[in-house]
Every structure is written in C-alpha cells, then in structure tokens.
Design a protein around this ligand. Structure first.
Ligand SMILES: [Ca+2]
Length: 345
C-alpha cells in the first residue's frame, strides 16, 4: 500500500539513511587498514619442552645468570650477601669454584666476551669483568638503570632491565649501541629476565612465569613462545621461579634451571602433539589469533547485509516519493480548481 504522502520527516529520514550510507562507506577503508595491520602481527610458534637429562643444582643458588664457555658451565647468583660467580660441573652440578660479590651488591646476569665473563649487578650500576680461568677482576663498567639478564652475540652484549626493552652494548666499551622493545602478538612484553643468545636469536625468561620467549633481535618480535612448565619437581621446597638458560654450542644442548631449584635440565623443544592444556586469559587472547580471520570475515558479512538493507530502504523511499509526486500530478489534472488538494481547506 502506497502511503498517502511523503511528509517532511520522511524525507529527512531518507536523507539520514543516505548520510549513514556515506559514513559507513567512508570508514570502510579504515576498517580494512586495521584488519591489514592485524594480519601483519607475527604470532609466535608455540613450543613445549622435553626433559632429556637432569642433574643436581645447588638449591641455595638464587640463579640469575647461566651460560657455557668452551664446554664449561658458569652461573651467577643474586641476593645481597649471597651473590656469587661460580663454575659448575655440567656432569653432576657440583660447584667447582666460586667468588663472592660485595655484600651490598645483588648479582645478576652473566655473559662471556672472549675469555672474560661480564657480570651485572641489579641496581648498583656496575658490570664487572672477570678472567674466566681465574675469576680475577679486570674491568668495571658503569650503567644507568637496572641490570637483569645478559648475553653476547657478534660484538655486542644484549642486556635486559626487567621491562620490555633490550639494550645492545659494545662488548668492549659497554657503550649503548641501540635498543629494541620486545612485543608478543603486537603487544609489549615486560619482565624480560635471564637471556641467552642462540644462533642469531635471543632467548629470554619472562620473570614470574614458566615461559621462555624467543626474540628476533632485528625488530624485537617474539617468534617462538616456549611453555616450560612442569620442570620443577613437586617435592622441591623453597624453590622459586624458572630462571637460567644456557646453550652449549659444543654439544648443541640447551640447559635450564630456576632460582633455588634442586635440579637442572637438559631439554629439547618440540611442538605440542595434543591440544594444549587450559590457559589463562592472556594466553587465550594469544591463542585465539587463528580465529581472527573468521571473525573479520563475519564482520564483513554483517556490514554487507546492513549496506544492502540500507540501499533497499533508500530505493523504496525514492520510489515512494516518485509515486506520491505522480499521484499529486493526477489530482491536479482532475481538480484544477483546488490544486488537487482532496482534503479541502
Ligand atoms: Ca644465559
């Protein structure tokens, strides 16, 4: 049934529909850009660990740094009054030799540069250099801010400070050469702790988690995410968080431990063979990325339906207006005296 006339409000509604259509058409390109940038986010490969070998570890060692040099294993420990630099027998976990830091200092990460081992101190701003075969102190660099993890690649030391930032320093002068901000699924990842530089990538413990992330040093993007949960024996008392990654280039083996853990593990990495266990919200957000294309596809379908409905509505309104104008014209032709106004005065 054709309405008796198209009122001014109806015409306004038609204009509003048209305006809405223009607005939606204008924001569509931005939605496409947003989708495109989401598609550019690198989602890391998910890996789990397999224990290949276990040796004892000093359960009094508050592990801060762990690294190999020439097949020999070195560890640094923290806490004021308990901080040490030590060599460990990689066959049985025995502490072969150890030196103590000043009681006011809190030991942090270590890394080798040639035959010298560089050791950070948390908030003291000192990076000490020791000859590895004697632990003789031969150098002392200063730095601003906090020192957490350390590893060595090329001619640079990579240093974490507990944030999402990694700083690259000249391995001789300790000068800052650059820095990167680490992102996981496009979001900043804080609490980067102990580090290990392995074959061009940076492995990092994430403090207070059982997670190890593998970082592209070129752009800070996490390219692999390792679930290292389940490595601490259930009967371990007093043990704290996972911390300590060491790569033995000679045997191509990867070792991990934790603060005051009674064990160290040689591990391998693999992809999960079954569905991963229930995860927390953060991980859920990360693991739901595979659903994003479907979600965007649904968004596009919804937008297309609305656009179609609006176009149909506009066409109907225009048709109604045309029909009404035609009727008015006929009325005028039939009743020229009253101008076609059948309702009278
Ligand atoms: Ca390390």
């Amino acid at each position: 049934m054709v309405p008796p006339c198209i009122s001014a409000p109806a015409l306004n509604r038609g204009a509003a529909w048209g305006l809405s259509l223009l607005i939606i058409l204008s924001i569509l390109p931005e939605m496409s850009i947003s989708e495109e940038s989401e598609q550019n986010v690198v989602h890391p490969e998910q890996l789990i660990v397999v224990i290949e070998e276990t040796i004892p570890h000093d359960s009094g060692a508050y592990t801060q740094g762990l690294t190999f040099h020439q097949g020999r294993l070195f560890e640094s420990t923290g806490l004021r009054g308990e901080s040490t630099l030590r060599e460990i027998n990689p066959d049985n976990g025995e502490v072969l030799r150890s030196i103590n830091l000043n009681e006011t200092e809190f030991g942090e990460g270590i890394a080798f540069v040639g035959d010298e081992v560089v050791m950070l101190t948390w908030t003291s701003g000192h990076a000490y250099r020791y000859l590895f075969d004697t632990f003789e102190l031969v150098g002392n660099h200063s730095y601003d801010g906090e020192g957490w993890g350390l590893c060595h690649v090329g001619n640079q030391l990579v240093m974490s400070n507990g944030s999402d930032e990694l700083t690259f320093r000249n391995d001789t002068t300790f000068e800052i050469m650059g820095n990167i901000n680490v992102t996981l699924n496009g979001t900043s990842l804080d609490n980067l702790n102990e580090l290990e530089c392995i074959e061009g990538l940076i492995y990092a413990n994430v403090y207070q988690t059982d997670e190890i992330v593998v970082i592209d040093p070129g752009n800070g993007v996490v390219v692999m995410q390792i679930d290292a949960s389940g490595l601490l024996p259930e009967n371990a008392t007093g043990a704290e968080v996972l911390n300590g990654i060491a790569w033995d280039v000679e045997s191509q083996s990867l070792w991990v431990t934790g603060k005051k853990w009674p064990v160290m593990h040689r591990i391998s990495l693999t992809v999960p063979s079954v569905e991963p266990p229930p995860v927390d919200d953060e991980t859920t957000n990360q693991s739901s990325n595979e659903e994003l294309p479907l979600s965007h596809s649904n968004d596009h379908l919804t937008i297309s339906i609305w656009l179609g409905l609006m176009i149909i509505a506009v066409i109907i309104l225009i048709a109604q207006q045309s029909a009404h104008q035609a009727m008015n014209l006929k009325d005028v032709e039939r009743n020229p005296r009253n101008g076609g106004n059948s309702d009278g005065d």
